[in-house]
Design a protein around this ligand. Structure first.
Ligand code: FAD
Ligand code: DHB
Length: 392
């Protein structure tokens, strides 16, 4: 098998890249280890930045998102029992966010890619990358019938998420440097059949720990609360979850609207960056190269921003033979990545309870929250970072 660009992973990064390349007349093949059904059923992100929405629309994948997504002009910061609104639209010059679930984005992209002749090999696991520093790299993979195959190509895009195989093809130490931070807490995420409790997202700071109120539809709500990353879902019956969420969001008479919880999961929080994001003809994009704690809602959006830069570099190469933009990929992408890393770390440190934290830390967080909700300059910093930078 041969193609121009071999893409490992059919997450947001791989699918967006494949379709952007297709629109520029460049062939690609996607190798994806999971089934289409599994991908379309995995619950993850929910917040799309303005530029991700614009990109989806521009490539013709935005129709259902425009119809079913929720545009939010602001969000609430709740602390010391009171709510304070960050007016994104006003502070970030008209830029806003859209709440539309990641698996809906993936359903739209997979359908579009298959409708336009895209090749996605589901249940095919990449097992190794060969000769990435030559001009004839190859991806070895195993098909769902357990056959070993090889995909020869001009370039490899490693879009295989944080547990993929691509990153390991960049020699650690001599070429690759990893930057890592593990937080002493995780997020307990739920989906509940209930009406919305708020028109906008609520990020709540509380002595018991952080809580986040988000939405999916008029009758399905998405919520998270800070938890021990080693805790077990089974320790949390519905009544205990609601009591915890109610306690962390209480104040000014606010009550969450409760309902049956039909999905529960715990995720660890990490910050991670691998540098560089390129080695020879291998380019890493999305979670394969970096992970952010979800507090800033940046992960999916960074994946989209990476492949936007990569698609431009690849199209310049196929149009003119120039490798200038491709050579600049890692530097260009990493600038945005580190901005998002800083913002996600900062939001996390402002809103979460640290187990080793002291009374001083709590006071420091409240002072910071006071600053970002009372100073227009500080609120503008939050808003501009939250809606995201325009694509470069
Ligand atoms: P992935 O989505 O991980 O896709 C990688 C794909 O590669 C997978 O389908 C995987 O099966 C496949 N793969 C892996 N190994 C192999 C292999 N060897 N061979 C073939 N295929 C392979 N981000 C936001 O922007 N906003 C949010 O609001 C937000 N909230 C989040 C909430 C939660 C609970 C979680 C868990 C994440 C959240 N994120 C958010 C982060 C976001 O989900 C990720 O950053 C995003 O999925 C990254 O996309 P990706 O394409 O790089 O990787
Ligand atoms: C959602 C996830 C996030 O990480 C976030 O910061 C806001 C919303 C969500 O899943 O809706």
């Amino acid at each position: 098998m041969r193609t121009q660009v071999a893409i490992i992973g059919a997450g947001p990064a791989g699918l967006l890249l494949s379709h952007m390349l297709h629109l520029r007349g460049i062939d690609s093949v996607i190798i994806e280890s999971r089934s289409r059904e599994a991908i379309e059923a995995t619950i993850r992100a929910g917040v799309l930045e303005q530029s991700t929405v614009d990109l989806m629309t521009e490539i013709g994948a935005g129709e259902r998102m425009k119809r079913e997504g929720f545009v939010h002009h602001g969000f609430e910061l709740r602390f010391a029992g009171r709510s304070h609104r960050i007016n994104l639209h006003d502070l970030a010059k008209g830029r806003v966010i859209t709440v539309y679930a990641q698996h809906e984005v993936l359903k739209d992209l997979i359908a579009l890619r298959l409708r336009t002749g895209g090749q996605i090999h589901f249940e095919a696991k990449a097992t190794g990358l060969e000769d990435v520093t030559s001009d004839q790299p190859r991806v070895r993979f195993t098909t769902k019938d357990d056959e070993d195959k090889e995909l020869a190509c001009d370039f490899i895009a490693g879009c295989d998420g944080s547990h993929g195989v691509s990153r390991a093809a960049i020699p650690e130490g001599s070429v690759r440097q990893d930057y890592f931070r593990v937080y002493p807490f995780g997020w307990f995420g739920i989906l509940a059949k209930a009406p919305p409790s708020s028109d906008e997202l609520i990020y709540a700071h509380h002595e018991r720990g952080f809580a986040l109120v988000s939405t999916r539809s008029p009758d399905v709500q998405r919520m998270y609360f800070q938890c021990d990353p080693n805790d077990a879902v089974d320790n949390w019956p519905d009544e205990r979850i609601w009591a915890e969420l109610q306690a962390r969001t209480a104040g000014e008479g606010f009550r969450l609207k409760e309902g049956p919880i039909f999905q529960k999961g715990i995720i660890p929080l990490r910050s991670f960056v691998c540098e560089p994001m390129q080695h020879g003809r291998l380019f890493l994009a999305g979670d394969a190269a970096h992970t952010v704690p979800p507090t800033g809602a940046k992960g999916l959006n960074l994946a989209a921003a990476d492949v936007h830069v990569l698609a431009r570099g690849l199209s310049a190469y196929y149009a003119t033979g120039s490798t200038e933009l491709l050579g600049d990929y890692s530097r260009t992408a990493l600038r945005r990545v580190w901005r998002a890393q800083h913002f996600s770390w900062w939001m996390t440190s402002m809103l979460h309870r640290f187990h080793e934290g002291t009374a001083f830390d709590l006071k420091r967080q409240l002072a910071e929250l006071d600053l970002v909700t009372s100073s227009r300059a500080a609120a503008t910093t939050v808003a501009e970072n939250y809606v995201g930078l325009p694509l470069t």
